[in-house]
Design a protein around this ligand. Structure first.
Ligand SMILES: Cc1ncc(COP(=O)(O)O)c(C=O)c1O
Length: 395
């Protein structure tokens, strides 16, 4: 009897929760397939991973080395090191001429850590939160894991693949929304929202009582026109950013939020309990990274060159349809002239041309089978080589 009870308990404990049933990230499967080719001596051009090829700014690495030598690495306050929060506030003044009180800045474990804190502080289980399709998959999966309901809204060519106030309100009329999250520049499309488009969307959301979250992780990597921060447009918007992309610090796991004033203390309490504080070494390096702008601008210039190589080269190679590559380091190409399954297309391109890219199904369960995402965060030579290989393969 006791044995049976124990057996059930153990079996019950070992069963994963329903909320952990989130889909995997398919880009990882592409990476594994690429590794197999490389292990067999092939040379793969990696355009699947959304990660800068360059390391962190030299000043950031030097600051981390210096503090490591000093011996102690202690906890910091849950909201982050004050001088880093003040430096981030200065960044808003310098970059956007926007006054943000340092008390509203919260340092986070990458923007990924920020999503968890923001969703927990803003939403109840069961709340419906709109996200764009195509879009970054973890938005949907984190919301699901936290018991919220992601509501995908399709974007269209007419709005440059950005969510419009009209589309948001149409979804809200069908069933009420509690929040909305958008990114500009966006992943996987690289498309951006104009200042007017962002302003209209925030106004529509606020009038309808829908809480607004802006993922600004690709700010700094804007080529078509300057990116606009939601912090400039509303004190009620929650802004999320990170040192991962512009500052090339993915593995340091440090990001930040600009939080509406009433949410600062709730988020502080959540962070105290969930992680105590963000890794101290990374916070110190991140503060120094702001002095590495010259280095980062040179890297951005490299992305700009890569973008031109792809925009000019891919049509000659046969891929003529892609979305406006306004920012970030992505180009989202429509491959429906070649296939009805972009996963199969990506697999063949990897095997035959040794070019790795990500199938759109990760980002868009509806139309993703027609699209491939290319990441152009590596060298210009590799971009040229990739275009030549694709041209040879598609011939
Ligand atoms: C749109 C977007 N948001 C957030 C993230 C998460 O980045 P991190 O947690 O490194 O800041 C990524 C990573 O690729 C992304 O593409």
């Amino acid at each position: 009897m006791l044995e049976a009870t124990l057996g059930n308990t153990v079996a019950g404990v070992l069963l994963p929760s329903g909320r952990s049933e989130v889909p995997p990230f398919m880009v990882m499967d592409v990476m594994t397939a690429a590794e197999r080719i490389e292990a067999a001596g092939g040379h793969v051009i990696h355009m699947e991973v959304g990660q800068p090829a360059a390391p962190a700014p030299k000043v950031a690495i030097a600051a981390a080395e210096a503090v490591l030598r000093s011996g102690r690495i202690d906890y910091t306050s849950a909201l982050g090191i004050l001088s880093l929060r003040q430096r981030i506030a200065r960044h808003y003044r310098q970059t956007y001429a926007c006054d943000v009180d340092a008390n509203r800045i919260v340092v986070t474990t990458g923007s990924s850590g920020a999503f968890i804190l923001a969703f927990l502080a803003m939403f109840e289980p069961g709340d419906r939160v709109a996200v764009t399709v195509p879009g970054y998959p973890p938005y949907r999966h984190i919301l699901t894991a936290l018991g919220c309901e992601p509501v995908p809204i399709e974007t269209t060519h007419e709005s440059r693949y950005a969510l419009t106030g009209e589309a948001l309100l149409a979804a809200h009329r069908k069933a009420p929304l509690k929040g909305v999250l958008v990114a500009s520049p966006a992943n996987p499309t690289g498309t951006m929202m104009s200042q007017d488009a962002l302003k209209d969307l925030i106004a529509a959301a606020e009038q309808a009582g829908i809480r607004f979250i802006s993922d600004e992780i690709y700010h700094g990597l804007d080529y078509a026109f300057p990116a606009v921060t939601a912090a400039e447009l509303s004190p009620h918007a929650l802004v999320i950013n990170s040192f991962s992309k512009y500052f090339c610090m993915t593995g340091w796991r440090v990001g930040w939020m600009v939080v509406p004033e009433p949410l600062v203390r709730p988020i502080e309490r959540l962070q105290q309990n969930l992680s105590i504080s963000v890794p101290t070494l990374s916070q110190i390096a991140a503060e120094a990274a702001f002095d590495g702008r010259e280095e980062m601008e040179a890297i951005k210039h490299g992305y700009q060159q890569n973008r031109s190589i792809l925009i000019e080269g891919l049509p000659k190679a046969g891929l003529t349809k892609f979305l406006p590559a306004d920012g970030a380091f992505y180009l989202y190409a429509d491959v429906s002239d070649f296939t009805s399954d972009s996963f199969e297309f990506a697999r063949e391109m990897l095997e035959k041309a040794n070019v790795a890219a990500t199938p759109g199904v990760d980002f868009d369960p509806i139309h993703g089978r027609a699209f491939i995402r290319f990441s152009y965060a590596r060298s210009a030579e590799e971009m040229q080589e990739a275009v030549a290989r694709i041209a040879g393969w598609l011939k």
